[in-house]
Design a protein around this ligand. Structure first.
Ligand SMILES: *[C@@H]1O[C@H](CO)[C@@H](O)[C@H](O)[C@H]1NC(C)=O
Ligand SMILES: *[C@@H]1O[C@H](CO)[C@@H](O)[C@H](O)[C@H]1NC(C)=O
Length: 650
């Protein structure tokens, strides 16, 4: 704790005291988040042994983790002109690499069309899906001419097989975007590829597409801004509705431009869905979805004036599976980047709430100058959006059997009237007035001594990952704790990342890395430090702060995630713990300047500076409890306080 400097004269005692960091609710609205209240320790990952950067030098950029294959213990990464197969346990152990550039002729054509401003005339791999036991299906932007093919990855990882099947090359139109700056999402289900994608060179025709497979090719209604209006696709996920497979629906998460008048926000976040067995209409909507519906996703906080402040720009979605495949928990990260308000938030949604909105009224408008109203007319049968052959429509085997009025209704009423609100009607995590935004989220469930915790890993656009837990406090209130913020990449944005067996994988423009979810040793050696860190992955084992495992003997492990109380936990282990403080002593000389430094081991610690004069037992606190050694005593110059991590005494 801090450096001990010996100067005669003044004696300073630094104490690290347990305190609550951030009371996020009930109105977290416009208070600054933890990272402005206390500056978090940034760990330079390269200096630790818990992070591993993929360090094969490829002339590539824009890495994306596209598929995790836990059966083969591999993950598949796409980047510009390369497909990588990496070992999940050690991403540098025998990586398998495919070089797949666009043809020189195609690159020349792309450059001639004026599209190479930032090197976009490459083959940016954007889709890797499992096809069968031996093959993957892969697509790239192909220098503004998307292409797809199969990759043979062998039957098992030990085969070390990884090669392209060039004779199977086919068009990637409707599967992968032309423009590498435009994200697409996809799911390969029953040998059919569903994709949310821009399907033209100019990037004006966005669609949810179905290709390959035996069923008819399908898409959303073209250039119908009621369906999709300049969307940015974020995620897609199959979520069954019941045990009846005919009810299976594919959900799409995206944001899009508001189709309404100028007074409404520019962007809305959406959840949309289609039935997998949709065959389109027979009168109209031929080869177009006849079950496509969408609803608004709300993530907002009440502002000081009572007006809701909305986070409208969906950034990423993480689906946490539960015992019940029909009811996963949906974590979504949003940003708000208006001129008045900037911030990020995490909201959590339940499938019960989502289904309630899709079972509720449809949004209806009499004409361009009317308000949106709940549709109150006669509802056609079967209810629009119902899957054929499902629980409610056993006799209609195809959407082609649906009456014309159902199909017509669908065409003009794709939007639900009610919006989906988050669980508890408030965000789980809020950051406002900070100079970064959340871009990605992954969630891990951790069993600690006092219960199960959900740990959020939030990637930011400044290249860091924040590790956050949210604890219940009272009935409705929660307390958010930022356990650490790790700088993963120097300047770049972590791309989609994912975790499996205690590892977090992060991809960015410049590379791929994996890091341990727990890095307990960084919290220090003292029991109190470990306890104050309140990291559910870590406990003090009598000698060190180490990985907690629920199965190990409990009595010998000291951990208190909920309260972080070292008095109770560390009795007998640490002479200072019974005062709930950890002390370090620094000395300064009156009238001279000394740099005093105290770096808290965990963001949960606050520093108190106590001033004790020579020949005196009395200690006087100087500076507020939030200050990092801010010296404001009468005999000290106030101008000389709070310099960076330390304090200066003049
Ligand atoms: C790397 O790729 C760029 C364009 O893709 C090319 O211009 C450059 O020559 C390549 N550098 C090396 C060292 O191969
Ligand atoms: C998997 O699919 C590929 C491409 O269609 C095919 O060549 C291969 O034989 C299939 N493998 C198996 C095991 O079915």
């Amino acid at each position: 704790m801090g450096t001990l400097q010996t100067y005669p004269g003044w004696l300073f005692v630094l104490s690290t005291t347990h305190s609550l960091v951030f009371l996020g609710f009930p109105s977290p609205g416009l208070v600054p988040g933890p990272s402005t209240q206390l500056s978090t320790r940034w760990i330079k990952l390269k200096a630790t042994s818990t992070a591993h950067f993929f360090n094969f030098l490829l002339n590539s950029t824009d890495y994306r983790i596209l598929l995790k294959d836990e059966d083969h213990d591999r993950m598949y990464v796409g980047s510009k002109d390369y497909i990588l197969s990496l070992d999940l346990h050690d991403i540098n152990r025998e990586p398998l690499i495919i070089h797949w550039p666009a043809s020189q002729q195609r690159i020349d054509e792309c450059v001639l069309s004026g599209k190479n401003n930032n090197g976009e005339c490459g083959n940016f791999i954007r889709l890797i899906q499992p096809w069968n036991r031996t093959h993957l299906y892969v697509c790239g932007t192909g220098a503004y001419n998307p292409i797809c093919t199969f990759v043979n990855r062998g039957r098992k990882a030990q085969d070390y097989i990884f090669y392209l099947e060039p004779e199977k090359l086919e068009s990637g139109k409707g599967k992968c975007s032309y423009d590498p700056k435009v994200d697409s999402v996809s799911a390969l289900i029953n040998e059919e590829l569903y994709a949310g994608v821009y399907i033209d060179f100019m990037g004006t025709d966005a669609a949810i597409f179905r290709t390959m497979g035996k069923q008819t090719a399908m898409r959303t209604d073209q250039y119908n801004s009621r369906w999709l209006n300049d969307p940015a696709f974020v995620h897609t996920q199959l979520i069954p509705d019941s045990a009846e497979r005919n009810d299976d629906k594919l959900y799409f998460f995206f944001r899009e431009k508001s189709a309404d008048a100028p007074q409404s926000p520019a962007v809305y976040s959406r959840i949309g869905r289609i039935c997998l067995n949709d065959d389109g209409g027979h009168c109209c909507l031929v080869n177009k979805w006849s079950t496509f519906l969408k609803a608004r996703l709300i993530c907002s906080v009440p502002g000081p004036d009572g007006i809701e402040t909305h986070f409208d720009e969906l950034q990423d979605v993480f689906i946490q599976q539960t015992q019940d495949v029909k009811n996963p928990i949906i974590y979504a990260v949003f940003a708000a980047s208006g001129s008045v308000f900037k911030g990020s938030a995490v909201c959590v949604y339940s499938m019960a709430d989502i289904r309630m909105v899709f079972n509720g009224p449809f949004a209806h408008k009499e004409g361009p100058n009317y308000q949106w109203m709940p549709y109150a007319g006669k509802m056609p049968y079967p209810r629009p959006g119902t899957c054929p052959g499902g629980t409610f429509t056993p006799s209609m085997k195809s959407t082609k059997d649906y009456p014309d009025e159902v199909i017509n209704f669908m065409r003009s009423h794709p939007l639900m009237y009610h919006a989906v609100y988050p669980v508890h009607r408030q965000p789980l995590v809020v950051r406002s007035n900070v100079h970064y935004k959340f871009t990605t989220v992954a969630v891990d469930q951790v069993d600690a001594a006092d219960g199960r915790y959900e740990v959020l890993f939030l990637g930011t656009d400044r290249g860091t990952v924040q590790k956050v837990i949210v604890l219940p406090k009272d009935d409705l209130e929660t307390e958010e704790l930022m356990l650490e913020e790790v700088e993963v990449f120097k300047v770049t944005t972590p791309g989609p990342y994912t975790h499996c067996t205690q590892q977090l994988y992060v991809a960015s423009a410049t590379g791929v890395t994996h890091l341990a979810l727990h890095r307990c040793d960084v919290y220090g050696e003292a029991c109190a430090d470990c306890c104050l860190a309140r990291d559910p992955y870590c406990a003090w084992d009598g000698k060190a702060c180490s990985r907690y495992s629920a199965s190990s003997k409990r009595r010998s492990r000291r951990q208190d995630v909920r309260h972080g109380n070292p008095i109770r936990q560390c009795r007998g282990y640490n002479s200072n713990a019974n005062k709930n403080t950890v002390e370090a002593v620094q000395y300064g000389v009156e009238g001279s300047t000394a740099f005093l430094e105290c770096q808290p081991r965990s963001p949960q610690a606050t520093i108190k500076w106590l001033l004790q004069k020579d020949n005196s037992d009395r200690r006087k606190e100087v500076g507020g409890h939030r200050a990092r050694g801010c010296l404001e005593g009468k005999t000290l110059q106030p101008t000389a306080c709070c310099l960076g991590q330390g304090a200066r005494l003049a």
